[in-house]
Design a protein around this ligand. Structure first.
Ligand SMILES: C[S@@+](CC[C@H](N)C(=O)[O-])C[C@H]1O[C@@H](n2cnc3c(N)ncnc32)[C@H](O)[C@@H]1O
Length: 376
């Protein structure tokens, strides 16, 4: 238990403070503006953000990305949030947040971590994620949005400065690569070469651009507040399912192993391989049904090459269905049958996965598995 005097001294040592947080006993983290923000920041923003959040958290988990000194984490813990994790890329801000938490005696986890390193396999998913005043600091904007999508189970609330609406040309169609897609303005903020990512601004997206980006990374619904023009906006982004399905190709990855299969055979013999495929990505693999090849159904496929050859002799020589839908982290054992080549010789089989009509897993960065086969 710290005395008021000790608290005052630590507040001073940990400053400057961006978040004004009431520490009780008439003490607060700051009494003056650090970089031009209102002294009471972020209370005015909180008043707007909380309109997008459930009234009672009822044990829902919360992740605050770019949590700074933890104002929002504290408020939402007090609103009944269960697990609360705050992450920020700057060490001193994480120290501030831990100090505030300890003074207030709340159960909140903090980690120094970048938005780019958020991984649900390590952290789990969170019912609600906050990304407030964060995305204009992200040089890798789309990657940041993909990571926010992956760790969110239900709702992402994103608050940001936007492309000055009075300067924006608005969305328009334009010919690109033989198509006429809609283009949405997104401003690049020119920085000095030595710009520090955590504090410089990189992109100011227009409302339409950010809405399209959020939908493209996978959110099912994106609602924007306020409806009237302003230089900042809040995006409430909802997911119907915790993980997207295998039509979202950015989230596909597999690890494949051959468990059993012959190394030698006779010409045209029917061979069976038993292959284990682990879903190491962040999308649920759809099995599809047996009535045809549906877009986004995931199949195990074998290609045939001459040993040492680069060009396939038989592309998609054999394919196999999964036993059912496979969630991220799950594995399936698949039997794949194929006829051996008619000509004796040495061959190489390559096993890959495909999201039908959309992408080969190898092209998305997963490894194929190679198997030597001699036809005698
Ligand atoms: C403008 S402040 C907003 C703080 C707080 N979310 C709020 O709304 O008051 C931006 C915060 O994002 C953090 N930040 C910047 N880049 C980050 C990154 N790549 N990953 C995690 N946090 C980051 C900064 O350290 C800072 O705390």
């Amino acid at each position: 238990m710290m005395t008021p005097d000790e608290i005052r001294k630590r507040v001073e040592r940990l400053g400057p403070w961006f978040h004004c947080i009431d520490l009780g006993g008439g003490l607060s983290t700051k009494t003056q503006s650090a970089i031009g923000e209102p002294v009471e920041h972020p209370r005015p923003t909180w008043e707007k953000v909380k309109a997008c959040l459930p009234e009672e958290f009822d044990g829902k988990s919360l992740l605050d990305v770019g949590c700074n000194a933890g104002f929002y984490a504290v408020e939402l813990k007090r609103r009944g949030a269960g697990r609360v994790l705050g992450v920020d890329s700057q060490r001193n801000l994480v120290r501030q947040a831990i100090f505030v938490r300890d003074v207030l005696g709340l159960e909140i986890e903090y980690r120094r971590m970048s938005v780019y390193d958020l991984d649900p396999r390590e952290l789990g998913q969170f019912d609600v994620t906050l990304a407030l005043g964060l995305v204009y600091h992200c040089k890798h904007l789309v990657l940041a949005l993909e990571r926010l999508f992956a760790v969110t189970r239900e709702l992402l609330v994103l608050e940001t400065a936007i492309y000055p609406p009075e300067r924006s040309p608005g969305s328009f169609t334009y010919e690109v690569g033989g198509l006429r897609p809609l283009l949405h303005p997104l401003a690049y903020v020119e920085n000095p070469g030595e710009a520090k990512e955590a504090i410089y601004n990189w992109f100011l997206p227009g409302v339409e651009a950010l809405t399209a980006l959020l939908r493209n990374v996978g959110f099912d619904e994106v609602e924007v507040f306020p409806a009237t023009q302003s230089d900042r906006a809040i995006f409430a982004c909802r997911k119907r399912e915790p993980y997207p399905d295998s039509r979202s190709i950015s989230y596909l990855a597999a690890s494949i192993q051959i468990e059993d299969g012959p190394a030698r055979c006779r010409p045209e013999e029917v061979l069976t391989f038993r292959v284990r495929a682990e879903n190491t990505g962040l999308a649920r693999w759809l099995r599809g049904d047996d009535t045809g090849v549906q877009e986004g159904a995931v199949h195990l496929v074998a290609h045939v090459f001459a040993a040492g050859g680069e060009e396939p002799l038989f592309w998609y020589h054999a394919g196999a269905y999964l036993p059912g839908d496979i969630a991220p982290g799950e594995s399936a054992t698949v039997e794949i049958a194929m006829r051996a080549p008619a000509e004796p010789g040495r061959y190489r089989l390559e096993f890959d996965m495909v999201s039908e009509h959309l992408a080969w897993f190898e092209d998305l960065g997963s490894e194929v598995v190679r198997h030597e086969l001699t036809v005698e």
